[in-house]
Design a binder for this molecule. Structure first.
Ligand SMILES: O=P(O)(O)OC[C@H]1O[C@H](OP(=O)(O)OP(=O)(O)O)[C@H](O)[C@@H]1O
Ligand SMILES: Nc1ncnc2[nH]cnc12
Length: 180
């Protein structure tokens, strides 16, 4: 692993048994408190996708906003918010999904994606891939396509990478952590 990825990985704190017994929470709030680690994270994702023909960036509530918004600024692309229910003010479509530790719904404004959009979805962490699958379905229902998704962290043992590939989405992840 190169020095930049080592800095990112070492800035992420691991909290055992949060929010439930048996989960090791990989905490990106400790990464955003290290300016060089935060800016390197954003720059590596932006660099990876600057020539990928992306038309829009989606960030998923809430931790996806932290990384999605600065990447959208770096690439000069529209930033679309996918939010938890009842938070978006205009007409929305909704999608249910399962989490590693629960169940939830995500929503997007119906007019945020158009046919032909090539969307990059950004989130802090890929676990089961349920959140990403819900986002992909929202984009597809509005006529857009998702070929790529970017994450700071992957938990490979939870199978999210395979789940995304089955949907035709190639995951780009910066650091992996073993276990849940
Ligand atoms: O791959 P998955 O199994 O779907 O899990 C990953 C998702 O879970 C976390 O979000 P959470 O729903 O906890 O919301 P938050 O960002 O608001 O804390 C994380 O930020 C990802 O979005
Ligand atoms: N283990 C984990 N750590 C932090 N965020 C998560 N979201 C889903 N699983 C998680």
């Amino acid at each position: 692993m190169n020095e930049q990825l080592q800095l990112i990985k070492s800035s992420i704190k691991s909290i055992p048994n949060y929010p439930k017994e048996g989960i090791i929470f990989r905490d990106i709030t400790s990464l955003t408190e290290v300016p060089e680690a935060f800016s390197t994270t954003v720059n590596l994702i932006a660099e990876q996708f600057k020539h990928a023909g992306i038309t829009k960036i989606i960030g998923t509530e809430s931790r996806g906003f932290i990384f999605g918004a600065p990447v959208a600024i770096a690439l000069g692309l529209p930033f679309i918010l996918v939010r938890k229910p009842g938070k978006l003010p205009r007409a929305v479509i909704s999608q249910n999904y399962q989490l590693e530790y629960g169940e939830d719904t995500l929503e997007i404004h119906s007019d945020s994606i158009q046919a032909g959009d090539n969307v990059l979805i950004i989130d802090d962490l890929l676990a089961t891939g349920g959140t990403l699958e819900a986002c992909v379905k929202l984009v597809q229902r509005l006529g857009g396509q998702v070929k790529h998704a970017a994450f700071v962290i992957s938990l490979p043992e939870l199978g999210g990478e395979q789940r995304l590939r089955k949907l035709g989405v190639e995951p780009f992840t910066l650091v992996d952590f073993a276990g849940h």
